[in-house]
Design a protein around this ligand. Sequence first.
Ligand SMILES: Cc1cc2nc3c(=O)[nH]c(=O)nc-3n(C[C@H](O)[C@H](O)[C@H](O)COP(=O)(O)OP(=O)(O)OC[C@H]3O[C@@H](n4cnc5c(N)ncnc54)[C@H](O)[C@@H]3O)c2cc1C
Length: 804
Amino acid sequence: MKDSARAVIIGGGVVGASVLYHLAKIGWRDVLLLEKSELTSGSTWHAAGGMHTFNGEANISRLQKYTIDLYREIEQLSGQSCGLHPNGGLMLAATSGELDSLKLICSRARYLGMETEMISLGEAQSLNPLIDTSHFIGALWRADGGHCDPSGTTHAYVKAAQRLGARVERFTRVLSLTPRHDASWDVLTDKGTVRAEHVVNCAGLWAREVGHMVGIELPVLAMEHHYLITEDLPELAGREREIVNTTDYAGEIYMRQERRGALIGTYEPHGVVWAPVKTPDDFTMQLLPEDFERLAPYFEVGFQHFPALGRVGIRKAVNGPFTFAPDGNPLVGPVRGVRNYWVACAVMAGFSQGGGIGLVLSRWMAENDPGQDILSMDVARFGAFATPKYTSLKVPENYSRRFRLAYPNEELPAARPVRRSPIYERLIEAGAVMGANFGLENALWFAPAGTTAAETPTYRRSEAFPVVRAECQGVRSGVGIYETSNYGKYEVTGRGARAWLHRVFASRIPKPGRLGLAPMLNPAGRIVGDLSIACLAEDRFLIVGSGFAEEFHLRWFWLSEPPADVFVRSAASTLCGVSLAGPRSRELLQRLTRMDLSAQAFRLFQVAETAVGLTPAILTRAGFTGELGYEIWTTPDYFATLYDELRETGAGLGLIHFGGRALSSLRLEKAYGSFNKDFRPDYTPGETGLDRYIDFSKPDFVGRAAALAERAAGPRRRFVVMEVADADAEVVGYESIMQNGAAVGYVTSGAFGHYVDKSLAAGYVPAALAREGARFEIDVLGEMRSATVRLEPLYDPKGLRLRG
Ligand SMILES: Cc1cc2nc3c(=O)[nH]c(=O)nc-3n(C[C@H](O)[C@H](O)[C@H](O)COP(=O)(O)OP(=O)(O)OC[C@H]3O[C@@H](n4cnc5c(N)ncnc54)[C@H](O)[C@@H]3O)c2cc1C
């Protein structure tokens, strides 16, 4: 074995094999895969090999399509068959909610260029004659997908990589990882030490243990999973074409043809965690004992929905473990604080996702940028809150919902509450219906007294609709209070702080006493943050951004290498906040402070350290509703006092609570985009409109060259807000925006604008089409609805209320 490599990949399952191939393909020939046993010997060898393009996240769907399309390429390069059965997929709905979900998938698929359509149950049955259609009300067919041979596919990746110069050492166990001064690694194996510039954790079932080697706790856990293979089915005898792989939402069953029989698997509600504390070292090419007694009721449903399967015997049963992250998406990317250590693990659909993961990770390693938005599978979407216990509660929840629909208004209960602000109980008393953002409970809406603080999961308008409407109107006409503790908060201090911020952010860095909106770009000129910077003193800044991106931004700051005289610290748990918004917010706040809050004395985007009642606070005149408003930040010990005083003082002024739902409505009426939904690392300053906050006169900032090039050439597409013809549902995200029958763009977020009384959609369309009044159509749950571009915000286009 050679004693050095540019990158060592730990693990020879389908994911490690793909990373090896992609690194070799991108030009890193000196790459080495270490596998403690035989290739595929973890969870890969016993997989059912199903592959599909379905994922709630459009970017992951795209990468799944890439993975499936890649198989022909690696077959050709390697001469090794992947055993492809590209027979497409069927999804069956038994309830109106499931049907809505299929329609949403269809709408999204158009812009993604995926051949997908709603078909009749009769058509579904001709594609899979084993279905008893009496259990279903609708079906979706998609061309992409099918199944492959897990072992053949893994070996095809490896052989293709070897052709490009990559090396593989089987039966070589990595025992420990020791960082060297130059940020490279000593990889100690049972066959000697390899010095590697980079290390990639693709250890699948052992990813947690390979995380421990560098002192990190990855939120990953394995679950047992069963599938059965039946004896030959007479119904399939003589059929020339294989039946189409079928997913049955209601039965939580997947099934496909396996030779002349069928393979049927289930994601049961009370799944069993495997190896909760430590994965056994000697578990290799092994299966687990079957537990038919536990699984029988669930397979029984499958035998009702596909009756022919119940009429033949079982030829083989498989129970094997594989890993999940708490939300079911993979964990990919670099880890803050550990140089040159990368992860590609918790991949529960290796044959749909492995290729895409290899693609983005190899770019990230070689070019410092994954090349596209992968926030939904970035390891940084989890923070310290994702403890082993959190993971042990969330992973079984996710497993049990593998084939359940994720309704856009649904909040999942496991491991909650985990992070609570000091006013949590008070908000609950006020009727708050809570969601969790980066582990922190935050109010979505407030059920009026005498009503139930709960909501029916649906794609359509729920019982919360009139309540949110009242909250929005309360803000626009009076004053509302919204807790902002769930925003991401960072303190940047030190003599070098301003100079460092100048380089890291594309915007001007405000003077003391001012706040500025601050986009942050990557070197390719794409948006990695849309934050605000408040300058408290020449060497002291408070930065505020999206709560879900806290770890993502902390990692970005860390990678941006603050010099020794700059200190960057998360204020996630050291600052709590509320926003006061509405025309009466000044009147309320003035009753609690001696500061002069008049329009001339405390203008928009001014910042002060002051006292609000009994509370020492940082006060900014800013907000996200488009109204006159303030954000007040203080430490947790004062926070309840601040809240109580605001409530007491506001009672006489009609102060109301509002939650995240109302905020989404209010911000879209003002055409404000939101990071995560509308602004992500796929978009540029020109496309998002954030270019207006860029200080192009600065000689040097990250992404400057790319931003200048875009300014010269003009953006390709533009972020717009559209009025959508009213019905009983709003857009959710990623629906295709159509013109003359062609998908020209897609939706990024939507809400009903309660004050302007219109259904609103935000999204991207080609720049040439982004004209006032331009007409499009959006397929909302199967109904084509007209959508009209409004280039000016629908509410207060001149910003008079905001500045008032
Ligand atoms: C019953 C079942 C059915 C499934 N069906 C499907 C399906 O239809 N479609 C689909 O896409 N997915 C399916 N999966 C999931 C799929 O198996 C996984 O997504 C995939 O195997 C993950 O691959 P991996 O490379 O991440 O992990 P693994 O396959 O676990 O590979 C990790 C490798 O790392 C090696 N390793 C670990 N530690 C070390 C060390 N210290 N030194 C050296 N080597 C080390 C291990 O030996 C192992 O080979 C199924 C899983 C099961 C259990």
